[in-house]
Design a protein around this ligand. Structure first.
Ligand code: FAD
Length: 385
């Protein structure tokens, strides 16, 4: 039984891209993942290799160095990374940042940043969450006050993926503190040259240990006004909402990849491990648990496939993304728990990939908008006329 992703929307090009991406992940991630977990970040060199292998700009415009295919190719990269058991490399965030620039950046901004992002020379982050607010994004307290040709940014952010390495940070800040959601703007900060910008701790986490999830601090950081994303201030909340469908689907695609990886490991284990003179696979409980897990995986995959078809057609809705995100991450956590149980004590040992997969899975229900927030969004849609 092979655990793999096949779908009607995949063309010959998709299958070739998937195969070469799998080879890349197996060659470049698998041998380094433990070391990245120890050091708490992914090597910069890896980003460059991903860039030269064409993984970072698949869906970016050709004029800026991208391959200009649709996001279904990015979906395969997300899937293959998760399938190999890695949650450290911040590719999902990279992809999201690229799409913010493509969707809302001026030509000048695109030509300034996209080529470096696509080459893996610029590592990006998006900084929404603050110590005082996460789910309630309108309540961000970080301010960007206009002063001549500059914005002066003050505030702090927390839990920011790629925070230690980032060369470009899309900062969610209030340009008008009185205006609620319409006072929010997105401003691109180049942190390496910014006076008053500080990276805080690389936070110790339950899982995703190879990812540099960080605090960021801004004290009178001056950013040229031309770094505002979009033509007008106050569009930030709309811009965030506009991209959230894809961002949430990214989490569900990762869930499918992680479940394929976990199921592959677990089926192989229970077919060889023996107890009471028989294989674990021969116990009815094992068979039923794995049958349930496989069903959860395939039901999730079907819905994700439907969502990808909508991505290709350009009509993925935000509710689609919300449903895929909560369901996929919920199934991932349930499957991780059942698979780990079948490993017995070995499942609790970090040297077994299932232990890492279990720890990595948990945050999927929290970030990208918690699952409770996704259900609120879906319910709001149901309650609309
Ligand atoms: C590993 C990791 C990486 C991350 N990466 C990034 C990143 O790159 N950029 C970034 O900006 N953020 C990032 N985050 C932050 C993440 O998006 C937030 O943690 C998340 O949105 C939740 O916000 P919070 O932690 O402030 O929790 P809170 O908003 O305080 O929520 C706490 C609990 O209350 C519940 N809750 C809140 N509001 C409601 C409601 N209306 N109805 C019902 N329940 C509610 C939530 O569901 C949750 O269970 C990351 C977080 C982690 C852990």
């Amino acid at each position: 039984m092979s655990f793999d992703w096949q779908a009607n929307w995949m063309t010959e090009e998709h299958l070739m891209f998937k195969e070469s991406t799998r080879k890349f992940m197996e060659a470049e991630i698998a041998p380094n993942a433990d070391r990245w977990d120890e050091q708490g970040f992914v090597d910069r060199d890896f980003w460059l290799k991903a860039g030269s292998s064409g993984l970072l700009g698949a869906s970016a415009p050709a004029e800026f160095g991208g391959a200009q295919v649709d996001q279904s190719f990015d979906a395969l990269t997300i899937y293959e990374q998760a399938r190999v058991g890695d949650a450290g490399w911040g590719f999902g965030v990279h992809n999201i940042c690229v799409h913010y620039l493509v969707a809302f950046g001026s030509d000048e901004q695109k030509s300034r940043w996209l080529p470096g992002l696509i080459a893996g020379e610029i590592i990006p982050a998006i900084a929404m969450t603050e110590p005082g607010t996460g789910s309630d994004l309108q309540a961000v307290k970080t301010t960007a006050t206009a002063d001549g040709n500059y914005y002066v940014i003050n505030g702090s952010k927390i839990f920011i993926t790629n925070g230690q390495l980032a060369d470009l940070v899309i900062v969610v800040a209030k340009t008008d503190q009185e205006a609620g959601a319409s006072g929010v703007s997105l401003i691109v900060l180049e942190p390496n040259a910014a006076v008053g910008f500080q990276r805080g701790r690389n936070l110790k986490k339950l899982g995703m240990k190879g990812q540099d999830t960080s605090e960021l601090f801004f004290e009178n950081v001056r950013v040229p006004r031309e770094n505002l994303l979009g033509e007008h201030e106050g569009r930030g909340f709309f811009q965030l909402m506009n991209q959230l469908g894809w961002e949430r689907l990214v989490i569900a695609i990762g869930a499918v990849g992680a479940m394929d990886g976990m199921m592959r490991e677990t089926v192989a284990y229970v077919r060889t491990r023996k107890a009471f003179g028989q294989r674990l696979m021969d116990f009815q409980n094992t068979r039923f648990k794995l049958a349930e897990a496989k069903t959860k995986l395939e039901a999730t995959r079907s819905f994700v496939n439907e969502c990808i078809t909508k991505v290709i057609g350009g009509n993925l809705g935000s509710v689609d993304g919300a449903m895929a995100k909560w369901w996929g991450s919920q199934m991932q956590c349930e499957v991780a728990d059942e698979c780990l149980q079948l490993f017995g004590g070995y499942g609790y040992m970090m040297e077994y990939p299932i232990a890492k997969a279990y720890a990595d899975a948990r945050v999927q229900k929290i970030y990208g908008g918690s699952n409770e927030i996704q259900k609120e969004l879906i319910a709001r849609f149901l309650d609309a006329d």
